[in-house]
Write a protein that binds this ligand. Structure first.
Ligand code: 13P
Ligand code: SF4
Length: 354
């Protein structure tokens, strides 16, 4: 019997998110911000944050020698930094990737329940069955998966490097089994022409961007450039001027001549975009078209579970440490390192060509 290709995911509601990472008063924020700074030094810890997290966390990471980045760069940075503790503000797979690469380091996350619909929708047992049914295919998984799923893969990719890696596999004549994001997979398949068999997961934030609503917004702002994360549906990607990882979208705002941008990704990214291009106008791509309901409203509920309060708590009590069974880690590190080595080689080629 064939395994189902994705399972339903329960999405935390606003009340749950607010209970985990509540709104803070100005005074409390200031106090916690300073306390976190002090604890990071005391604990020999470095803070790595994703662009979708609370601006306060991004500012803290920037001010304390940490890093704010996309998933590819978060993995790279944590791997190269000498601190003995890495605190990952993002979602679970980002913490797990840091631990897979740095078994000797302590990896902490503010909230263990901060997960991702792609990870949750791709349980290891079902995924393994899927792989077993297609032994002739090279298994390529997106970073947004559990350590156990990575342990079954030949390659891990992030949105920043997926196209290049799949292209090179296709050039080697390999057929691909892809998981879990069907929209990113479909985009890569279209761009590379690779033979890809796909898991049917999706990101609950990006899948809600609406092609019709975007068309209308574009008509109102004809000079705006449309920036789209490739986890979005094909009808949205088709209208993009730039399709890229979060880092690529931020670079586009900085480098393109347009003064207005329509952005189809989590609105947490606006903090960095505004910082890097303060004079540009940023508009959210619509998530609620005619008659549609807006569940995520372009903000990931799991990313929103990271806050100053739970960050300080984990630094104080050492709770929420990411631990991975060693046999799984040893297998999962292979596809992750393959990706990092591929990315390093590509970077060298770009520098060499310049
Ligand atoms: P990036 O690697 O492009 O930052 O994407 C991560 C992610 O979870 C997007 O939803
Ligand atoms: Fe996962 Fe989507 Fe949240 Fe990114 S935005 S962590 S893909 S649910």
């Amino acid at each position: 019997m064939n395994a189902p290709l994705s399972v339903p995911v329960s999405i935390p509601d606003a009340a749950k998110v607010a209970a985990i990472a509540p709104e803070l008063s100005g005074a409390e924020r200031e106090l916690l911000f300073e306390r976190a700074k002090q604890l990071l030094i005391e604990q020999d810890a470095v803070l790595v944050a994703h662009y979708y997290t609370d601006p306060e966390l991004q500012i803290l990471a920037d001010e304390t020698g940490g890093h704010v980045a996309d998933s590819l760069d978060m993995a790279r940075f944590g791997n190269e930094h000498e601190a003995s503790t890495i605190v990952v503000c993002g979602v679970r797979f980002m913490g797990e990737t840091a631990k897979i690469l740095n078994p000797e380091k302590r990896v902490l996350v503010p909230e263990m329940e901060a997960n991702c619909s792609l990870d949750l929708g791709c349980p290891p047992v079902l995924f393994t069955q899927f792989c077993d049914q297609h032994p002739d295919r090279t298994v390529v998984v997106y970073a947004n998966t559990s350590a156990a799923v990575k342990a079954r893969a030949d390659w891990m990719v992030t949105s920043g490097i997926a196209l290049d890696i799949v292209k090179s596999l296709k050039d080697r004549g390999e057929k691909i089994l892809w998981a879990p994001d069907r929209f990113l997979g479909a985009y890569i398949q279209r761009m590379t022409g690779a033979d890809m068999l796909m898991w049917q997961g999706s990101c609950i934030v990006h899948e809600q961007f609406k092609a019709d609503g975007l068309k209308k917004l574009k008509a109102k702002h004809p000079r705006a450039a449309v920036l789209v994360h490739p986890e979005s549906p094909p009808g949205v990607i088709d209208q993009a001027n730039v399709v890229s990882s979060t880092t690529g979208l931020i670079q586009a705002v900085r480098n393109m001549d347009n003064d207005t941008f329509i952005v189809a990704t989590d609105r947490g990214i606006f903090h960095k975009m505004k910082q890097q291009a303060p004079n540009k106008t940023l508009l959210e791509a619509p998530t609620a078209g005619d008659g549609a309901t807006c569940e995520s409203c372009a903000h990931c509920p799991w990313m929103a579970m990271n806050g100053l309060r739970n960050l300080v708590e984990v630094l104080e009590n050492g709770n929420n440490e990411i631990l991975i069974e060693e046999s799984i880690r040893q297998r999962a590190v292979v596809p992750v390192k393959r990706m990092l080595e591929f990315a390093a080689k590509k970077k060298k080629e770009i520098v060499g060509d310049a």
